[in-house]
Design a protein around this ligand. Structure first.
Ligand code: AMP
Ligand code: ZN
Length: 464
């Protein structure tokens, strides 16, 4: 089946046809590194990861870029609120640079625990200030910016289809309806490209620019960095659904104003939110759950990945501890069934059945990433008695390149010294053909919660 995605821009499922045949350019909005990522953020990165794995599974080469926001993002996605990095620095009594470094490392650690593949390019906003200034100059040269009150603003009235991604009607946006009024703005939807005089006090992070010393508005970084690494026009842009009305809307306006070409990006894909019964999880309010908390409660990070895979990316995922427990059990059961298959690898002539499963799998994943259906297919396949365990394992390995659940990796269990000692004694007894004694040791080991299995390569010990 051909690869199809739901495109937020056209509000339709469309066949994926990259600009350059056989190669996709993809940009994902990354973390703002002023606090730990919460499990909602992590759901979005798992969605990005599934998307990249599905593209690769289709034999398409991929250039995936993700930014690290370490400057310019205010607590509101529009130009209001506090600077997030500064808020983090104040909270922890550290410099903004220390905050950025610490939370960037914590983000890398989280994605590694979740088996999220690193994008080909990970880039920091603070390393690309020149690219941002150059793009802002182009926007100004093309007549889409104005300078007022010490800041450079984007003039949204110069764009005939401003808001097309979110189907926003500019005339419906009440001036100052949501937040305090910025007297410098000509239009309600205008936004800052470059701050010099700002209401947020003196910044540690500031650079010279044609408009004075200051720092960039948030939205420009994604345009500048995607343009540097993927070219002026590219295939896919992703993020969470919260980015549709402001951040991505403004990204499109800026990029199309700067390059003078349309469309900037062909396919826009957005992941729905992870929610809790209490409502929204918010990094800036400090009320959120982290991966570390799940691990501290004894959950395998991949059980959280399994939970996310069970819901389609365009549907909300309601997080609860019951759901997490269910996913943890489900993941353990799946791994146990697979390790049973590994103990007894036998092959049948399952060729016809094999291609049936591979085709159905590709049908599901290529249909706008229907991973929940693909997981259900994995379960059916494991139960199918027309396939031998060898085929089942081969197919599981193939599917797992997309799932990323490490399904064929054995758990590393620490085996206590006394169990190891009993196992040695059992092996010795077997060597002496004293099976009554070796069975006695086996029972003693079982009582301690371990099982001994014999294979042609000797005995193995597993946790019961
Ligand atoms: P941030 O670090 O706040 O810039 O957010 C990083 C990513 O997480 C963005 O793509 C957001 O759209 C996404 N995001 C924020 N909250 C949630 C949530 N509750 N569920 C899923 N994704 C989220
Ligand atoms: Zn972005």
């Amino acid at each position: 089946m051909k690869l199809r995605f739901y495109n937020t821009l056209t509000q339709k499922k469309e066949e994926f046809e990259p600009i350059e045949k056989g190669r996709a350019g993809m940009y994902s909005c990354g973390p703002t590194v002023y606090n730990f990522a919460h499990i909602g953020n992590l759901r979005t990165y798992i969605f990005n990861d599934l998307l990249r794995r599905v593209i690769l599974e289709n034999g398409i080469k991929l250039d995936h870029v993700m930014n690290i926001t370490d400057v310019g993002h205010l607590t509101s996605d529009a130009d209001e609120g506090e600077d997030k990095m500064l808020a983090g620095a104040k909270r922890e009594n550290k410099s903004v640079w220390e905050i950025a470094k610490f939370y960037e490392e914590s983000f890398f650690n989280d994605i590694s625990l979740l088996n999220i593949q690193k994008p080909e390019i990970l880039c920091r906003a603070t390393d690309h200030i020149d690219d941002m200034i150059n793009m802002e100059k182009k926007i100004e040269d093309n007549g889409c910016a104005y300078f007022a009150g010490g800041n450079l603003y984007f003039d949204t009235s110069k764009i005939d289809d401003y808001g097309k991604l979110a189907r926003l009607k500019v005339e419906d946006l009440q001036y100052g309806a949501r937040t305090e009024i910025d007297e410098n703005k000509r239009n309600n939807s205008d936004f800052v490209l470059w701050f010099t005089k700002s209401k947020f006090g003196d910044q540690d992070m500031k650079w010279d620019s044609p408009w004075g010393t200051g720092y960039p508005g948030w939205h420009i970084e994604c345009c500048a960095m995607s343009s540097r690494y993927l070219g002026e026009q590219f295939d896919i842009h992703t993020g969470g659904i919260d980015h549709i009305p402001v951040h991505h809307t403004n990204e499109i306006a800026q990029a199309e104003a700067a390059i003078g070409k349309k469309p900037w990006v062909k396919y826009w894909l957005h992941g729905e939110f992870l929610v809790m019964d209490k409502g929204k999880m918010s990094k800036s309010s400090g009320e959120f759950l982290t991966l570390k908390l799940l691990v501290d409660k004894g959950y395998d990070p991949l059980a959280f990945r399994f939970l996310c895979l069970g819901a389609h990316y365009r549907k909300q995922l309601m997080f609860s501890w019951e759901a997490m427990e269910g996913a943890s059990q489900g993941y353990k059961n799946l791994k146990n069934r697979i390790s049973e298959l590994m103990k007894n690898e036998q092959s049948y002539d399952g060729d016809k059945k094999r291609s049936y499963y591979l085709e159905r799998f590709s049908g599901f994943i290529n249909d706008d990433l229907n991973i929940p259906q693909a997981l259900a297919l994995l379960n059916d396949m494991i139960k199918d008695n027309k396939l031998g365990s060898k085929e089942k394992l081969d197919i599981t390995k193939h599917f797992d390149q997309v799932f990323g659940l490490k399904l064929l990796e054995k758990e590393e269990t620490d085996i206590p010294e006394d169990v190891l000692a009993l196992a040695d004694k059992r092996e010795k007894a077997r060597g002496e053909k004293n099976y009554t004694l070796s069975d006695k040791y086996r029972d003693m080991i079982r009582e301690k919660g371990f099982e001994i299995r014999d294979s042609k390569d000797g005995q193995t010990i597993e946790k019961l």
